[in-house]
Design a protein around this ligand. Structure first.
Ligand code: GAR
Length: 194
């Protein structure tokens, strides 16, 4: 059994999709913990209701990124993780933190990377006038939103789309993409890079 630790900051709908898939598909892995940098993260009650240990490390209480990342790392490592899954975890991580989990930390980003790293990706896609948008799962490296891509899903941008409408359709596809990629990663590891 592999141990997965999921990090969230908000609603946690990707986390919930991963928890449900792990249960219903009987993954050879358990969600060992859900850790949030915000006490009010909407996903925490879902994790608790599913018997998953939760931990809050409030980022606002730390004076520096280094101090927060050290506390976060200590909390994560209590659960002996094989895989760290960032699921709407809205913090930029320091290079030493990323290095500690090199090759075993995944992120989902709501755009077709390398397009639109950073924030407000749906707004950026609409402003650029693209007719395809989507989401990407990648391995986390020190450069924000730039690690090796493990999977992508495309969503059509519709005439008259709003940022909110597009975000909902992308999120629905994230809920399919992320569990599929994580399961593949657990069972087969990272694909060879060319
Ligand atoms: C998701 O759309 C995810 O791709 C995005 O935040 C949302 C979290 O939703 N992540 C990022 O923007 C990371 N830079 P959720 O909390 O309901 O899973």
């Amino acid at each position: 059994m592999k141990n997965i630790v999921i990090l969230i900051s908000g609603g946690g709908s990707n986390m919930a999709a991963i928890v449900r898939a792990a249960q219903s598909e009987q993954w050879p892995a358990r969600i060992a913990a859900v850790i949030s940098n915000r006490a009010d993260a909407g996903g925490l009650p879902f994790a608790q209701a599913n018997g998953i240990p939760t931990v809050v490390i409030p980022s606002q209480d730390f004076a520096s990124r280094d101090a927060f990342d050290a506390a976060l790392r200590a909390a994560i490592d209590e659960f002996l993780p094989d895989l760290i899954v960032l699921a709407g975890f809205m913090r930029i991580l320091t290079a030493p933190f990323v290095a500690h989990y090199a090759g075993r930390m995944l992120n989902i980003h709501p755009s077709l990377l390398p397009r639109f790293s950073g924030l407000h990706t749906h707004r950026q896609a609409l402003a650029a006038g693209h007719d395809r948008h989507g989401a990407t799962v990648h391995i986390v490296t020190a450069e924000l939103d730039h690690g090796p891509v493990l999977g992508q899903v495309e969503v059509a941008v519709l005439p008259g789309d709003t940022e909110a409408a597009l975000a909902i359709r992308v999120l629905q596809q994230e809920h399919i993409l992320y569990p599929r990629v994580i399961r593949d990663f657990i069972e087969h590891g990272a694909p060879a890079q060319h």
